[in-house]
Design a binder for this molecule. Structure first.
Ligand code: ZN
Length: 185
């Protein structure tokens, strides 16, 4: 039996789809942003067996404050304070450079709550899959740095859900192999 509040989840998906409607995934050929949010939420349910409302709503909304005009207050009012708290834990300061943001994610990983750890790890697994399977205009070194940073973060935040840990580990291993192949060209 799923603990899932389907009306709320659909509400969050609709909200995210509208707010991110002009966002595209960086470096990919106009890949819609919502694909990423659905992939993370779907991964939690169908790969990891996670059906907790707060986590699924947070998965759908995890990039919304970072990338759109939505505020913490608005999320709290629409979806509750526990969702807003997790989303804010996962929100980077976008005034900082890409490299500094990735470094901060590593430095602050230890302070993440269990819920935020789950979303962060699913986000990393999902991003690594995308980085190494879609055409992406990143140099191989940038892909390698993303993978390395994610593996370091994962070592700190894993342990909340075994299937999620395995999803990340398998993906990271596969990506390391892809990296070797890409380096040969
Ligand atoms: Zn994300």
């Amino acid at each position: 039996m799923l603990a899932l509040a389907l009306p709320e989840l659909l509400e969050a998906l609709q909200f995210a789809a509208v707010k991110h409607q002009y966002d595209r995934r960086g470096g990919y050929d106009r890949l819609p942003y919502i694909n990423h949010l659905i992939k993370v939420a779907n991964g939690l349910v169908n790969r990891c067996g996670i059906t907790e409302d707060t986590l699924l709503l947070s998965a759908v909304l995890h990039d919304i404050v970072e990338d759109t005009d939505v505020t913490e207050k608005e999320i709290a009012e629409r979806f509750g304070y526990s969702v807003a708290d997790i989303v804010m834990e996962l929100t980077d300061d976008m005034s900082l450079s890409y490299e500094v943001r990735k470094q901060q994610q590593l430095e602050t990983a230890e302070r993440l709550s269990p819920g935020a750890r789950i979303i962060r790890l699913a986000d990393k697994a999902s991003n690594i899959e995308d980085i190494f399977s879609y055409p992406l205009d990143w140099p191989v070194d940038k892909k390698a740095a993303y993978l390395h940073n994610s593996v370091q973060i994962a070592a700190i935040i894993k342990g909340e859900n075994l299937r999620l840990d395995r999803w990340f580990e398998k993906t990271a291993e596969w990506a390391a192999q892809q990296l070797e192949k890409q380096r040969q060209f």
